[in-house]
Design a binder for this molecule. Structure first.
Ligand SMILES: Cc1cc2nc3c(=O)[nH]c(=O)nc-3n(C[C@H](O)[C@H](O)[C@H](O)COP(=O)(O)O)c2cc1C
Length: 257
Protein backbone atom coordinates (compact mmCIF):
# COMPACT_ATOMS: atom_id res chain seq x y z
CA UNK A 1 0.00 0.00 0.00
CA UNK A 2 1.42 3.40 -0.99
CA UNK A 3 0.37 5.56 1.91
CA UNK A 4 1.93 8.65 3.55
CA UNK A 5 1.06 7.48 7.07
CA UNK A 6 2.74 4.11 6.59
CA UNK A 7 5.86 5.92 5.39
CA UNK A 8 5.74 8.45 8.23
CA UNK A 9 5.41 5.89 11.04
CA UNK A 10 6.86 2.83 9.34
CA UNK A 11 3.80 0.74 10.28
CA UNK A 12 1.93 -1.99 8.40
CA UNK A 13 -1.52 -0.34 8.66
CA UNK A 14 -2.56 3.35 8.68
CA UNK A 15 -4.30 2.83 12.04
CA UNK A 16 -3.35 4.84 15.12
CA UNK A 17 -4.63 3.85 18.56
CA UNK A 18 -5.48 7.23 20.10
CA UNK A 19 -3.69 8.22 23.30
CA UNK A 20 -6.30 7.97 26.10
CA UNK A 21 -5.97 9.18 29.65
CA UNK A 22 -6.31 6.20 32.07
CA UNK A 23 -6.89 3.71 29.21
CA UNK A 24 -3.81 3.48 27.02
CA UNK A 25 -0.77 2.33 28.93
CA UNK A 26 2.13 0.26 27.60
CA UNK A 27 0.07 -2.96 27.31
CA UNK A 28 -2.39 -1.47 24.83
CA UNK A 29 0.20 0.59 22.96
CA UNK A 30 2.58 -2.36 22.50
CA UNK A 31 -0.28 -4.71 21.49
CA UNK A 32 -1.45 -2.30 18.78
CA UNK A 33 2.11 -1.75 17.54
CA UNK A 34 2.80 -5.50 17.50
CA UNK A 35 -0.40 -5.94 15.43
CA UNK A 36 0.90 -3.49 12.79
CA UNK A 37 -0.74 -0.21 13.84
CA UNK A 38 0.75 2.66 15.81
CA UNK A 39 0.14 2.33 19.54
CA UNK A 40 0.25 5.47 21.68
CA UNK A 41 0.86 5.67 25.42
CA UNK A 42 -1.56 8.25 26.85
CA UNK A 43 0.61 10.31 29.20
CA UNK A 44 -2.14 12.70 30.34
CA UNK A 45 -2.94 10.71 33.50
CA UNK A 46 0.67 9.82 34.37
CA UNK A 47 3.17 11.29 36.80
CA UNK A 48 6.56 11.77 35.08
CA UNK A 49 8.11 8.64 36.66
CA UNK A 50 5.04 6.60 35.65
CA UNK A 51 5.41 7.72 32.04
CA UNK A 52 9.09 6.69 32.00
CA UNK A 53 8.12 3.27 33.39
CA UNK A 54 5.45 2.83 30.67
CA UNK A 55 7.87 3.87 27.90
CA UNK A 56 10.48 1.37 29.12
CA UNK A 57 7.92 -1.44 29.39
CA UNK A 58 6.60 -0.62 25.90
CA UNK A 59 10.14 -0.72 24.47
CA UNK A 60 10.61 -4.14 26.07
CA UNK A 61 7.25 -5.43 24.75
CA UNK A 62 7.64 -4.40 21.10
CA UNK A 63 10.34 -3.70 18.59
CA UNK A 64 7.75 -1.97 16.36
CA UNK A 65 7.23 1.82 16.26
CA UNK A 66 5.09 3.31 19.03
CA UNK A 67 4.50 6.81 20.34
CA UNK A 68 3.38 8.94 23.27
CA UNK A 69 0.37 11.27 23.37
CA UNK A 70 1.01 14.42 25.40
CA UNK A 71 -1.94 16.74 26.11
CA UNK A 72 -0.23 20.15 26.26
CA UNK A 73 -2.37 21.30 29.17
CA UNK A 74 -0.51 18.79 31.37
CA UNK A 75 0.77 20.73 34.41
CA UNK A 76 4.34 19.30 34.40
CA UNK A 77 4.67 19.39 30.64
CA UNK A 78 8.46 20.09 30.68
CA UNK A 79 9.05 16.82 32.52
CA UNK A 80 7.05 14.78 29.98
CA UNK A 81 8.85 16.46 27.07
CA UNK A 82 12.20 15.74 28.74
CA UNK A 83 11.21 12.09 29.33
CA UNK A 84 10.21 11.36 25.72
CA UNK A 85 13.46 12.89 24.46
CA UNK A 86 15.64 11.09 27.04
CA UNK A 87 13.91 7.74 26.43
CA UNK A 88 14.35 8.00 22.65
CA UNK A 89 10.62 7.98 21.79
CA UNK A 90 10.29 8.38 18.02
CA UNK A 91 6.72 9.67 17.68
CA UNK A 92 4.79 12.21 19.80
CA UNK A 93 1.14 13.19 19.34
CA UNK A 94 0.35 16.52 21.04
CA UNK A 95 -3.16 17.78 21.79
CA UNK A 96 -5.13 20.36 23.81
CA UNK A 97 -2.72 23.25 23.42
CA UNK A 98 -0.61 25.43 21.15
CA UNK A 99 1.37 23.34 18.62
CA UNK A 100 3.94 26.15 18.28
CA UNK A 101 5.19 25.70 21.87
CA UNK A 102 6.93 22.29 21.74
CA UNK A 103 7.03 21.13 18.11
CA UNK A 104 10.45 22.62 17.30
CA UNK A 105 12.12 21.16 20.39
CA UNK A 106 10.65 17.71 19.68
CA UNK A 107 11.60 17.83 16.00
CA UNK A 108 15.13 19.11 16.83
CA UNK A 109 15.47 15.87 18.79
CA UNK A 110 14.49 13.73 15.81
CA UNK A 111 10.90 13.09 16.92
CA UNK A 112 7.99 12.85 14.43
CA UNK A 113 5.28 15.21 15.71
CA UNK A 114 1.53 15.03 15.07
CA UNK A 115 -0.98 17.51 16.50
CA UNK A 116 -4.67 16.83 17.18
CA UNK A 117 -7.08 19.53 15.94
CA UNK A 118 -10.84 19.91 15.49
CA UNK A 119 -10.85 22.81 13.01
CA UNK A 120 -9.06 24.14 9.93
CA UNK A 121 -7.62 27.19 11.72
CA UNK A 122 -5.60 25.03 14.14
CA UNK A 123 -4.76 22.54 11.42
CA UNK A 124 -3.06 25.35 9.48
CA UNK A 125 -1.43 26.66 12.66
CA UNK A 126 -0.07 23.16 13.33
CA UNK A 127 1.30 22.90 9.81
CA UNK A 128 2.97 26.31 10.23
CA UNK A 129 4.46 25.09 13.51
CA UNK A 130 6.17 22.30 11.56
CA UNK A 131 4.24 19.19 12.59
CA UNK A 132 4.49 16.14 10.32
CA UNK A 133 0.77 15.27 10.25
CA UNK A 134 -2.57 16.35 11.66
CA UNK A 135 -5.26 14.40 13.46
CA UNK A 136 -8.62 15.82 12.28
CA UNK A 137 -10.85 14.95 15.22
CA UNK A 138 -14.59 15.36 14.67
CA UNK A 139 -17.59 15.90 16.96
CA UNK A 140 -18.20 12.16 17.38
CA UNK A 141 -14.92 11.61 19.23
CA UNK A 142 -14.84 10.39 22.82
CA UNK A 143 -13.00 12.58 25.32
CA UNK A 144 -12.11 16.25 24.76
CA UNK A 145 -13.72 17.80 21.75
CA UNK A 146 -13.75 20.94 19.58
CA UNK A 147 -16.09 23.86 20.20
CA UNK A 148 -17.24 23.97 16.56
CA UNK A 149 -19.08 20.63 16.71
CA UNK A 150 -17.95 19.79 13.17
CA UNK A 151 -18.66 16.15 12.38
CA UNK A 152 -15.85 13.89 11.18
CA UNK A 153 -17.58 13.52 7.82
CA UNK A 154 -17.40 17.29 7.24
CA UNK A 155 -14.06 17.90 8.93
CA UNK A 156 -11.90 15.47 6.92
CA UNK A 157 -12.33 17.14 3.48
CA UNK A 158 -12.09 20.63 5.01
CA UNK A 159 -8.77 19.92 6.72
CA UNK A 160 -7.48 17.89 3.79
CA UNK A 161 -8.04 20.94 1.59
CA UNK A 162 -6.48 23.33 4.13
CA UNK A 163 -3.10 21.58 4.65
CA UNK A 164 -0.49 19.77 2.57
CA UNK A 165 0.72 17.36 5.27
CA UNK A 166 -0.95 13.96 5.90
CA UNK A 167 -4.34 13.93 7.67
CA UNK A 168 -5.39 11.25 10.16
CA UNK A 169 -9.16 11.17 10.74
CA UNK A 170 -10.63 10.56 14.21
CA UNK A 171 -14.08 10.50 15.77
CA UNK A 172 -16.68 7.78 15.41
CA UNK A 173 -14.43 5.35 13.54
CA UNK A 174 -14.38 1.80 14.86
CA UNK A 175 -14.73 -0.52 11.87
CA UNK A 176 -13.09 -1.21 8.53
CA UNK A 177 -16.08 0.39 6.79
CA UNK A 178 -15.64 3.55 8.87
CA UNK A 179 -11.97 3.61 7.95
CA UNK A 180 -12.80 3.18 4.27
CA UNK A 181 -15.28 6.08 4.47
CA UNK A 182 -12.69 8.33 6.14
CA UNK A 183 -10.12 7.48 3.49
CA UNK A 184 -12.65 8.03 0.69
CA UNK A 185 -13.05 11.56 2.05
CA UNK A 186 -9.31 12.16 1.83
CA UNK A 187 -7.90 10.90 5.14
CA UNK A 188 -4.50 9.23 4.89
CA UNK A 189 -5.11 7.16 8.02
CA UNK A 190 -7.36 6.90 11.08
CA UNK A 191 -7.03 7.35 14.82
CA UNK A 192 -9.38 5.19 16.89
CA UNK A 193 -10.13 5.70 20.59
CA UNK A 194 -13.38 4.33 22.05
CA UNK A 195 -13.11 0.97 20.26
CA UNK A 196 -9.71 0.41 21.89
CA UNK A 197 -11.03 1.35 25.36
CA UNK A 198 -13.02 -1.89 25.24
CA UNK A 199 -10.03 -4.10 24.40
CA UNK A 200 -8.47 -6.62 26.78
CA UNK A 201 -5.18 -4.73 26.80
CA UNK A 202 -6.75 -1.37 27.69
CA UNK A 203 -6.06 -0.29 31.28
CA UNK A 204 -9.61 1.08 31.67
CA UNK A 205 -11.65 -0.19 34.59
CA UNK A 206 -13.87 -3.16 33.66
CA UNK A 207 -17.01 -1.11 34.46
CA UNK A 208 -15.94 1.55 31.96
CA UNK A 209 -15.15 -1.11 29.35
CA UNK A 210 -18.60 -2.66 29.83
CA UNK A 211 -20.29 0.76 29.72
CA UNK A 212 -18.58 1.46 26.36
CA UNK A 213 -19.57 -1.96 25.01
CA UNK A 214 -23.19 -1.62 26.18
CA UNK A 215 -23.68 2.01 25.10
CA UNK A 216 -26.44 2.60 22.56
CA UNK A 217 -27.35 5.68 20.57
CA UNK A 218 -27.90 8.72 22.77
CA UNK A 219 -25.72 7.37 25.58
CA UNK A 220 -22.99 9.98 25.14
CA UNK A 221 -23.28 13.73 25.38
CA UNK A 222 -20.99 16.70 24.68
CA UNK A 223 -20.70 18.46 28.02
CA UNK A 224 -18.85 21.28 29.78
CA UNK A 225 -18.86 23.43 26.67
CA UNK A 226 -18.00 26.66 28.45
CA UNK A 227 -15.04 25.16 30.28
CA UNK A 228 -13.56 22.54 27.96
CA UNK A 229 -15.95 20.52 25.77
CA UNK A 230 -15.80 16.79 26.44
CA UNK A 231 -17.89 13.87 25.20
CA UNK A 232 -18.98 11.79 28.18
CA UNK A 233 -20.98 8.66 28.76
CA UNK A 234 -24.22 9.42 30.59
CA UNK A 235 -23.33 7.58 33.79
CA UNK A 236 -25.13 7.72 37.14
CA UNK A 237 -22.35 10.07 38.31
CA UNK A 238 -23.07 12.48 35.48
CA UNK A 239 -26.80 12.34 36.19
CA UNK A 240 -26.10 13.12 39.87
CA UNK A 241 -24.02 16.13 38.79
CA UNK A 242 -26.85 17.35 36.57
CA UNK A 243 -29.35 17.08 39.44
CA UNK A 244 -26.95 18.96 41.74
CA UNK A 245 -26.61 21.63 39.08
CA UNK A 246 -30.36 22.20 39.20
CA UNK A 247 -30.04 22.75 42.94
CA UNK A 248 -26.97 25.03 42.71
CA UNK A 249 -26.89 26.41 39.15
CA UNK A 250 -23.63 28.36 39.55
CA UNK A 251 -21.76 25.35 40.91
CA UNK A 252 -21.39 23.44 37.67
CA UNK A 253 -21.54 25.12 34.35
CA UNK A 254 -23.14 22.46 32.15
CA UNK A 255 -24.06 24.80 29.32
CA UNK A 256 -25.89 22.19 27.30
CA UNK A 257 -28.37 21.41 30.04
C1 LIG B 1 -11.55 7.70 27.44
C2 LIG B 1 -10.86 8.56 26.44
C3 LIG B 1 -9.74 9.28 26.82
C4 LIG B 1 -9.07 10.09 25.90
N1 LIG B 1 -7.94 10.75 26.29
C5 LIG B 1 -7.23 11.48 25.39
C6 LIG B 1 -5.98 12.07 25.76
O1 LIG B 1 -5.50 11.94 26.89
N2 LIG B 1 -5.32 12.79 24.80
C7 LIG B 1 -5.82 12.96 23.53
O2 LIG B 1 -5.19 13.63 22.70
N3 LIG B 1 -7.00 12.39 23.16
C8 LIG B 1 -7.68 11.64 24.05
N4 LIG B 1 -8.84 10.99 23.65
C9 LIG B 1 -9.25 11.05 22.24
C10 LIG B 1 -8.70 9.84 21.46
O3 LIG B 1 -7.29 9.86 21.38
C11 LIG B 1 -9.27 9.77 20.03
O4 LIG B 1 -8.88 10.87 19.24
C12 LIG B 1 -10.81 9.69 20.04
O5 LIG B 1 -11.24 8.78 21.01
C13 LIG B 1 -11.31 9.26 18.65
O6 LIG B 1 -12.71 9.15 18.65
P1 LIG B 1 -13.50 7.77 18.97
O7 LIG B 1 -13.53 7.67 20.46
O8 LIG B 1 -14.84 8.01 18.38
O9 LIG B 1 -12.74 6.67 18.31
C14 LIG B 1 -9.54 10.20 24.57
C15 LIG B 1 -10.67 9.46 24.19
C16 LIG B 1 -11.32 8.64 25.11
C17 LIG B 1 -12.51 7.86 24.66
Amino acid sequence: MDNSILKLFNTEYPIVQGGMIWCSGWELASAVSNAGGLGLIGSGSMYPEVLVDHIRKCKAATNKPFGVNIPLLYPNIEEHIHSVIEEGVKVVFTSAGNPATWTKKLKDNGITVVHVTANTKFAKKSEDAGVDAIVAEGFEAGGHNGREETTTLCLIPMIKQAVKIPVIAAGGIGTGRGMLAAMALGADGVQIGSRFVASKESSADIHFKNAVINAVEGDTKLMLKQVTPVRLLKTSFLIKCLKRKQEVPALLNFQNY
